[in-house]
Design a protein around this ligand. Structure first.
Ligand SMILES: Cc1cc2nc3c(=O)[nH]c(=O)nc-3n(C[C@H](O)[C@H](O)[C@H](O)COP(=O)(O)O)c2cc1C
Length: 211
């Protein structure tokens, strides 16, 4: 079996983590770099991440996660946020970064920036947050795969109350909205879910191959 398929079969949405097992600093660094390298629309990276080890904070987050204990029992909790104040400043910072990284013609890159700004100007704040949230889901996909490659367990989670997370984590002043959370760590041997088969559609139901 191909390594990619092996990794993807190995992972599952972990229901019970072993709280005694902690992810190494070097693996956390790989995960951070994977998050940094995730593709985003325009390349604007409208997301920000909290990587929470603090246990008392995570205890507070359990009730805000409908009682899901993974938030507390995992080694780390990643909160994927989206900026809810996408401004021209974000675009200008990005434009400067392209110019300095690629030594690009400033006028050409500024035109690209103006194009992005024009697109945003036509969107409501709600639309912009929806757009930034979609980028968060792309990050989640990459995070799950990276963790599986490292043989680190994970649980993609929408099951939490964003307002409560915002308050507990003091996100409002930072203009961040929590979109998804992902506890990461190591499965508990008692987690029965790990033994269940993968429930997925057949390929014939998923693909039309057009030649
Ligand atoms: C966006 C998203 C949100 C999810 N939210 C939760 C959640 O809050 N709690 C949970 O236990 N599982 C959650 N899941 C896990 C799914 O139920 C799981 O991925 C799906 O049933 C497929 O199973 P598998 O990931 O174990 O292969 C979520 C998955 C995704 C992709």
């Amino acid at each position: 079996m191909h390594k990619v398929i092996e990794d993807l079969n190995w992972r599952y949405a972990t229901k019970k983590f072993d709280p005694s097992k902690k992810i190494s600093t070097s693996d956390i660094e790989v995960i951070k770099e994977s998050l940094r390298l995730t593709a985003s629309s325009y390349g604007l990276q409208p997301n920000h991440f909290l990587i929470i080890e603090n246990v008392s904070l995570r205890e507070e987050l359990v009730p805000a996660s409908y009682g899901q204990q993974q938030v507390l029992e995992a080694s780390h909790l990643i909160v994927i946020c989206a900026y809810n104040d996408l401004t021209e400043q974000h675009v200008d910072t990005y434009v400067e970064s392209i110019i300095s990284t690629r030594n690009s013609d400033p006028d050409r890159v500024k035109n690209y920036g103006d194009f992005i700004k024009k697109t945003f100007a036509e969107m409501s704040n709600e639309d912009k947050l929806t757009w930034a949230s979609k980028q968060a889901y792309i990050v989640m996909g990459q995070l799950l795969h990276t963790c599986a490659t490292l043989r680190i367990d994970s649980t993609p989670m929408e099951g939490f109350i964003p307002e409560r997370y915002s308050d507990i984590l003091d996100l409002k002043d930072k203009h961040l909205t929590p979109i998804l959370v992902c506890p990461i760590g190591y499965r508990h041997e008692e987690d029965a879910t790990q033994h269940l088969g993968k429930v997925r559609k057949d390929q014939t139901d998923l693909f039309d191959i057009i030649k």
